[in-house]
Design a protein around this ligand. Sequence first.
Ligand SMILES: Nc1ncnc2c1ncn2[C@@H]1O[C@H](COP(=O)(O)OP(=O)(O)OP(=O)(O)O)[C@@H](O)[C@H]1O
Length: 252
Amino acid sequence: MKKIIIGENTVKSFGVGNEKHNVLDNVSVYINEGEFVSVMGPSGSGKSTLLYAMSGMDGIDGGKVSFDGRDLSALSEKELADIRRTKMGFVFQQPTLLKNLNILDNIILPSMRDNRKNIAKVTEKARALMKKFGIAELENRNITQVSGGQLQRAGICRSLINNPKIIFGDEPTGALNSKTAQEIMDIISEINTEGTAVILVTHDAKVAARTDRIMFMFDGKIVSQLQLNKFSGADLDERIKKVTEKMQEIGI
Ligand SMILES: Nc1ncnc2c1ncn2[C@@H]1O[C@H](COP(=O)(O)OP(=O)(O)OP(=O)(O)O)[C@@H](O)[C@H]1O
């Protein structure tokens, strides 16, 4: 299977001198095209740092990260920004939408740079995404006039506007109540089923249990993995049990 991301012996450190600490300590990872992966681990174990390193949002101090066959460290800032904008989507715990734009304009924004002449087409795409994810009627609302779940749906629409190959999610359901979190996970699963790879950081066994593979981090290293099948919607309780047993086994 083709790998969309390969991280080899990646090192990321913070601090200086004796205070220097490897937050990523020779971490090697891969994500297959179309795969749905989650990262679990205690607070401070390096999960978000791994996500930022794999997406090129943050540089690394050692090792190598390749995206779609290209070494990220060999790219210029502009090339890297272009790849992030056109091939990657990002969904955060708190969607970073702009206050002075309505929901629709926030969603089309990442596409404006490349499609200024094609605004009607991009708007059509944004509206189709909003309809698909249940926020069609909110396009003219300001971001302060929608619920947390609706805002996250808008953030997901924005992350998909350029048809990315992969979505990076940093606790995308972390700020939501459990019903809304479930709905957002349904959306993310649907996106993955349609072929987009997803990697997400989560503390929630219920969220991780819906992914194909879980990487467990501890102190800057991946200490274990759990391979599950594609989630069909039928056996969630059994999958959650497997995840929690693994968490207990490795003490997180
Ligand atoms: N910019 C930074 N400068 C200094 N230290 C940092 C920086 N970013 C992260 N760290 C440190 O790196 C370690 C790992 O942080 P990271 O956010 O990756 O952990 P995490 O596993 O995602 O934690 P959480 O579950 O709490 O979000 C922490 O000790 C954190 O304080």
